[in-house]
Design a protein around this ligand. Structure first.
Ligand code: NAI
Ligand code: MG
Length: 781
């Protein structure tokens, strides 16, 4: 046999990783696991099996958490919260460091156990999942250390309920637990029912690290256990990763409860290949994008969008590569494709692909094991953007492909989805690739790369991919709140009189302001605004659903405001302030007429506030993250989109300005419902806006009842965010109604804010007005 012949005929042998140690660990526990509550194992009343999806064999019996188990876990976490949150950052850092060290020490056991329970290739659990887990704990040990110095105004939220999926079991645990603990919270975490084992091993190392009892509690079980955590009144925050469907349910279930919420949901991420891309790299990238973890990845590059001229050549290369992928025992170190997590998921994937009649389906012609949950790498070409499989998350090793001609068309196809988690752009023309990055509606963009993750870089989506970030400084916001305790906010009502006597002989009806024009209310109704002494000050339109729709449409036409420079927005905000300064007396009189209090200080504060946001417009910087990579991970603050807002009632002018300011500074058009009892100062604003070069549609003002306007604002599918500082109790209504398109909501939960102080401005507002997009740009030849 010649060397040549050996090369050609050579077959890979198997290179199995031993499962012995993991099996011994399971045996040591008699293959029955309870919960981990208050630092001890607590057996469950009912059990279910967790299996190895590669062969169907049962690995262990896991406890099905009941409401009582959740209750006990929340009680343990609550008890632990006081002492844990009062520890110095340094002490907490030492615990997180100890956990990181123990994760390293037991890394192979974690990797093997993960692969056994989940079916993912050992190469991935060993080289990607578990190292990232360790990195996450190291990184957040540092955050605990730095908290007092760098986040002096931040306090922990309390007890965090954390519900995670099965695709990266230990990694999702790390993403949830490490930042929560670093910031002084305690947790009740529920792993996914298919993959609880590494969480239970983690519980063991928490004990080994001497972590105080009750700081980490693990309750296993299915969706019912998850729902019991979501509904538990003793929980301050829910962090969820999983399907968009369950995310929506959780949004509704927590609405009005005051619980903080972050959702990391599904995706249908575009993978865009230009004709000048390095096609071999792009093919290799696709192997990572869609066949990593059998495609069971929320940010999987599951939509291939390839330039028409090279599409056939690219598909041919891809099919050749697919024929060389190796599926097999996940514990075999030389396989690429492991098992799908469970027969249920395998059936979902099979049914979705089988039901499809569009395009051409190509299954990789490779042998699959004859037992276990395996699905071949699959490419479906010739799909239209509207095809079911181009729109719906398959969550399996199935790549849906279509073509484009121009960069503009690539952007349009890429953004034609209800999701917005990640995107990959492949082109050797860096100008083109970097020009694409800001145009893609997604939380992450990888340039000539895919599936890069790091603890220092924020991860999370826009649109129906959820809200909140994990990783980086931005991820800490999900686990902190301001230190100061807000006071309750009582409903503020206006004045009325049976037969108000006009203060002014002319009966003036204040118009709304929509698309740069004054508008009458569609309802044709208006109501009198009366001074404390019963004098009629004017009438104000009763805004309706129709008026809001018009306003949102006008705001949508002004979306290009997002593309203006910070410098230009600063100039316009200064100009608004200047024009307001020219009318101090008129505005002050208006305020005192309505409220009976001097308005001078409020007008001055409003002018100052506009200056603040003019200042911020070009200073709310992004960052270049310290990721362990030859390249850049850029955190860019992008505008959140279209904002609908209910203004505070107590400060009629300052309240409006406090919301218009950050929205405009960061590039967002806004639809504002001004103070309900005292609307006239905001309606006077249109004269100031008109003379200040604010483009039509960037600010829209709709007066009326907050209670009537809130549901329309919160449910409007075109709006990206909704804020409420109304003194009417609407937080629950608003949060529940946002579940439709999962827009970001920021509500006051019936708590007051001191608008006259710096409490009424600054970073919290800028954060709500932006989304962090992480753009990864690896470099080097
Ligand atoms: P799922 O969303 O039902 O499960 C995720 C977690 O939520 C699990 O721990 C589950 O027990 C829990 N859960 C289920 N119902 C709940 C409820 N009502 N309240 C609280 N917690 C609840 O996801 P599933 O059914 O395992 O997978 C279905 C589809 O979801 C997949 O095909 C995929 O499309 C998507 N998915 C997306 C993930 C992501 O990373 N974005 C992860 C897992 C699934
Ligand atoms: Mg399993």
């Amino acid at each position: 046999m010649t060397v040549q012949e050996i090369f050609e005929t050579m077959d890979y042998g198997t290179a199995p990783e031993s499962a012995a140690e993991a099996m011994a660990w399971l045996d040591k526990h008699d293959r029955v696991f309870g919960h981990f509550i208050g630092g001890v194992a607590v057996s469950g009343a009912a059990q279910f099996a967790t299996k190895n999806p590669a062969n169907g064999q049962e690995l262990a019996q896991i406890a099905q958490g009941s409401a009582a188990d959740v209750d006990a876990a929340v009680a343990a976490a609550r008890k632990a919260f006081g002492p844990w949150s009062k520890l110095s950052g340094h002490k907490r850092a030492r615990y997180l460091y100890a956990l990181a060290r123990l994760l390293q020490k037991h890394s192979r056991l974690f990797a093997v156990l993960e692969t056994l329970d989940n079916g993912k290739p050992i190469r991935e659990s060993r080289d990607i999942d578990i190292p990232l887990v360790q990195r996450h704990f190291y990184y957040h040990a540092g955050m605990a250390q730095l908290m007092e110095a760098e986040l002096p105004d931040a306090a922990p939220l309390g007890v965090c309920g954390q519900i995670i999926p099965w695709n990266f079991p230990l990694l999702m645990l790390a993403w949830k637990v490490a930042p929560a603990l670093a910031m002084g919270n305690t947790v009740v975490l529920k792993p996914a029912e298919y993959t609880s084992l590494t969480a239970l091993l983690f519980a063991q190392i928490c004990a080994e690290a001497g972590l105080p009892e009750g700081v980490v509690n693990i309750v296993t079980g299915d969706g019912a256990t998850g729902a019991a955590i979501v509904d538990h009144p003793g929980i301050d925050k829910i962090a969820f990763t999983g399907s968009t469907e369950v995310g929506r349910k959780i949004r509704e279930a927590t609405a009005g409860s005051g619980k903080a919420l972050t959702l990391e949901l599904g995706g249908k991420s575009p993978y865009i290949v230009f004709e000048d891309a390095d096609l071999d790299s792009a093919v290799e990238g696709l192997v990572d994008a869609i066949w990593f973890n059998q495609g069971q990845v929320c940010c999987a590059g599951s939509r291939l969008i390839v330039q028409e001229g090279i599409a056939d050549a690219f598909y041919a290369k891809l099919k050749t590569r697919m024929a060389n992928l190796r599926a097999g025992d996940p514990l075999d170190k030389s396989i690429d494709i492991g098992a799908i997590v469970d027969p249920v998921q395998l059936k979902t994937i099979t049914d979705m692909v089988d039901a499809n009649t569009d395009g051409e389906t190509h299954h990789a012609p490779i042998p699959l094991p004859d037992q276990g949950c395996f699905y071949p790498p699959t490419l479906i070409t010739g799909l239209s953007t509207a095809s079911h499989l181009m729109q719906e998350e398959i969550f399996g090793p199935v790549l849906a492909a279509t073509t484009f001609r121009t960069p503009a068309e690539a952007v349009q196809i890429a953004n034609q989805t209800r999701y917005g988690l990640a995107a990959s752009v492949w082109s050797e023309n860096i100008n083109l690739a970097l020009d694409m990055a800001p145009k893609l509606v997604s939380g992450i963009v990888w340039v000539n790369a895919t599936n890069l993750f790091d603890a220092a870089a924020g991860f999370g989506g826009v649109r129906e991919s959820g809200f909140g970030r994990e990783g980086g400084w931005e991820g800490l916001r999900a686990y902190t709140k301001p230190k100061a305790t807000p006071k309750p906010l009582a409903q503020i009502t206006g004045y009325s009189a049976d037969a108000p006597s006009p203060a002014d002989p002319l009966d003036r009806t204040a118009k709304m302001y929509v698309g740069g024009k004054q508008a009458r209310p569609d309802s044709g109704y208006s109501r009198p605004v009366v001074s404390p002494k019963g004098k009629l000050l004017g009438h104000v339109g009763q805004g309706s659903r129709k008026d809001l729709r018009n306003a949102v449409e006008a705001a949508a036409k002004a979306r290009s405001w997002a593309k203006t420079t910070g410098h230009l927005r600063a100039q316009i905000l200064y100009y608004i302030a200047e024009n307001l300064s020219a009318r101090v007396d008129a505005f002050a009189k208006r305020l005192s007429d309505m409220t009976g209090k001097s308005g001078v200080a409020e007008v001055d504060a409003s002018i100052s506030r506009l200056f603040s946001y003019a200042a911020w417009a070009d200073k709310y910087d992004g960052a270049a993250k310290g990721v362990p990579l030859r390249g850049l991970a850029l955190a860019i603050n992008e505008p959140v989109g279209l904002i609908g807002a209910l203004a505070p009632d107590d400060v009629p002018l300052l309240g409006a300005v406090s919301l218009i300011g950050p929205a405009l500074a960061m590039g967002n058009p806004i639809v504002l419902a001004p103070s309900e009892p005292f609307p006239l100062a905001a309606t006077d604003l249109y004269q100031v806006l008109e003379t200040s070069d604010v483009p039509a549609g960037v600010v829209n003002i709709v007066t009326g009842s907050h209670a009537e306007l809130a549901p329309t604002l919160a449910s409007h599918l075109e709006l990206d965010a909704v804020w409420s500082f109304s003194s009417t109790d609407l937080s629950g209504v608003i949060e529940a109604q946002t579940a439709g398109n999962l827009k970001r909501s920021w509500v006051n939960n019936g708590k007051a804010r001191d608008w006259m102080s710096t409490d009424g401005e600054g970073r919290a507002f800028l954060q709500a007005a932006t989304e962090v997009k992480t753009v990864w740009v690896p470099y080097g030849e």
